[in-house]
Design a protein around this ligand. Structure first.
Ligand SMILES: NC(=O)c1ccc[n+]([C@@H]2O[C@H](COP(=O)([O-])OP(=O)(O)OC[C@H]3O[C@@H](n4cnc5c(N)ncnc54)[C@H](OP(=O)(O)O)[C@@H]3O)[C@@H](O)[C@H]2O)c1
Length: 287
């Protein structure tokens, strides 16, 4: 049995859809079943919290392979390490973790450092593992859809920095492939989209699809922080995101790989296809 965490989120739901399309049965551990974007007899749903060892043990019964992904949160590292320990105790053979491209022993920002240290915890557990390290998610741009609709522009503190942003559909599909095929144990896969772009190019290409000019404004880091403060209550998370964006502005995500092509046998999704899929969100005609 395969277990997915994060199945109500972006990567986990994409992995679920890919498994379903391949006819592979699986289980999900979700806090709120009504948030699951898909239902099917192939899906065994366990309701519970990653922070609750009892529900995690229940979800892990009979599981051979599991996907570990959760949103960034002050307790994320502790909860992911606890999940890995419980998985090892439950006899899980292979754990696939969503990490990040900047994960490294000497990472200076707390989010990638936490990912790296959780990876090391999994390596030490004795289970086999695969770590997926994605670049910037295209879906992050959806946070700016409202600003783009209202004023035709978005602002980020990223100067002219480049990323090779990746669609979370691709990340989820890679996760599903790694969970359902052999031969991925012990690999770290860095996942990017097809193009290295700065945000001026992102604006131009988004605008080309949604049918009006979109402008990118370079934002001073202090303005970014003030904007985020309106949405993020946790001081830890605010600091962590600002720190991460300072690293991206300094070029930490400015490289692309062929890994999605190699693993899925097709090119990664370009920003135009992402924008077409979410055109209704950007032009205000739907969600
Ligand atoms: N954003 C980027 O550009 C980027 C790039 C590289 C890597 N990453 C990494 O990607 C990960 C996030 O992936 P994502 O975007 O797919 O996440 P997401 O869309 O924010 O979804 C998070 C998922 O985790 C679940 N979750 C959170 N806390 C939980 C708990 N205590 N118990 C059970 N489920 C819990 C959520 O469930 P609910 O629906 O119940 O909340 C949701 O399904 C992070 O680790 C981040 O560092 C992000």
């Amino acid at each position: 049995m395969i277990l997915l965490t994060g199945a109500t989120g972006r990567v986990g739901s994409a992995a679920a859809r890919a498994l379903l399309n391949a006819g592979v049965p699986f289980r999900v551990l979700v806090r709120d079943e009504t948030k699951l974007p898909l239902t099917d007899p192939l899906i065994d749903v366990i309701t519970g919290d990653i922070g609750d060892p009892q529900s995690v043990r229940r979800a892990l019964e009979g599981v051979e392979r599991a996907l570990l992904v959760m949103g960034n949160h002050p307790d994320q590292a502790a909860l992911e390490r606890q999940f890995a320990t419980l998985a090892e105790q439950a006899g899980v053979a292979h754990l696939v973790k969503i990490s990040s491209m900047e994960a490294a022993e000497d990472a200076s920002a707390v989010l990638p450092l936490n990912h790296y240290e959780t990876e090391q915890h999994i390596v030490a557990s004795g289970m086999s593992w695969t770590f997926l390290r994605p670049n910037f998610y295209m879906q992050n741009m959806l946070m700016y859809a409202e600003a783009i609709k209202r004023g035709g522009s978005f602002a980020l503190p990223l100067g002219a920095a480049f990323t090779a942003m990746v669609d979370t559909q691709d990340v989820g599909q890679v996760a599903a492939a790694v969970l359902s095929e052999d031969g991925h144990a012990g690999y770290i896969y860095e996942l990017t989209g097809p193009d290295l772009m700065n945000f001026y190019e992102v604006a131009e290409r988004l605008g080309g699809v949604i049918g009006y000019n979109v402008r990118y404004d370079e934002q001073p880091p202090e303005d970014f922080r003030a904007t985020l403060e309106r949405f993020i209550a946790s001081r830890w998370q605010l600091d962590a995101v600002c720190e991460l964006f300072a690293e991206i502005a300094a070029g930490s995500l400015a490289y692309r790989t062929e890994t999605v092509q190699d693993l899925l046998g097709r090119a990664p999704i370009p920003i135009e296809s992402f924008a077409q899929r979410f055109a209704a969100v950007f032009d205000g005609d739907g969600a």
